[in-house]
Design a protein around this ligand. Structure first.
Ligand code: F6R
Ligand code: ZN
Length: 196
């Protein structure tokens, strides 16, 4: 995985021993995460329709697009990975901030996203091009079945916060999505959401 370790030498949590994690369900803050993935505008080249608008955003300060907070757990069958995904609000041109999106490397693995705050969509797609956009808002859980690529999209003015759980062996396949793209994008035009 491309996740950055706060302490690259930190051992995986000995998930043979039960442990607890404090999560603020309003702010999404996880206490003492082992790893934090940070993606800025400059990490999103090639993902948005308006490449010039992304370049302007990078030149204007390269804002953080999203952060993922997690505990280190062995990435082996039987374990579960969990994380907090925090996608900031913003637009690239008129396209809503979004995550890169991925299939799972072990594509037959599912994922649940419990939305803790904000609003947007979980854009899901299959390799054959079929797609579905599931609304996300506080208290709504989205189930991403096996084989569906998935990306979160923030259509609101607050961070889109999710608590995600998935099989530890799933892995992340960004390459196929980067090549294929998603069949639909989400824009805000004249104050209205447009999916096209
Ligand atoms: C894990 C998962 C989420 C995302 C996170 C960032 O399988 O789906 O934790 O990893 O929302 O999105 P990506 O990984 O697409 O950059
Ligand atoms: Zn996933």
């Amino acid at each position: 995985m491309a996740h950055t370790a706060l302490d690259p030498h930190a051992p995986a949590t000995d998930a043979g021993i039960p442990f607890g994690v404090d999560i603020d369900l309003v702010t999404g803050a996880m206490r003492e995460p082992d790893r934090v993935l940070v993606r800025r505008a400059s990490d999103m080249k090639g993902y948005y329709k308006d490449a010039a608008a992304l370049d302007r955003l990078i030149a204007a300060g390269d804002p953080v697009h999203y952060e993922v907070f997690e505990k280190v757990i062995p990435e082996t069958y039987g374990h579960l990975l969990f994380c907090i995904s925090k996608l900031y609000p913003g637009r690239v041109g008129d396209e809503c901030f979004m995550t890169k999106g991925h299939y799972h490397t072990v594509s037959g693995t599912a994922e649940t996203y419990l939305c803790l705050g904000g609003s947007g969509h979980m854009m899901c797609k299959l390799a054959d091009g079929s797609w579905q956009a599931e609304p996300m808002c506080r208290g709504r859980m989205v189930y991403v079945p096996p084989h569906w690529g998935h990306r979160s999209i923030n259509t609101g003015d607050d961070p889109l916060l999710s608590f995600c759980v998935y099989p530890a062996e799933a892995g992340h396949n960004y390459g196929d999505i980067a090549v294929e793209g998603f069949p639909r994008r989400v824009f805000i035009r004249d104050g209205r959401e447009v999916i096209e």
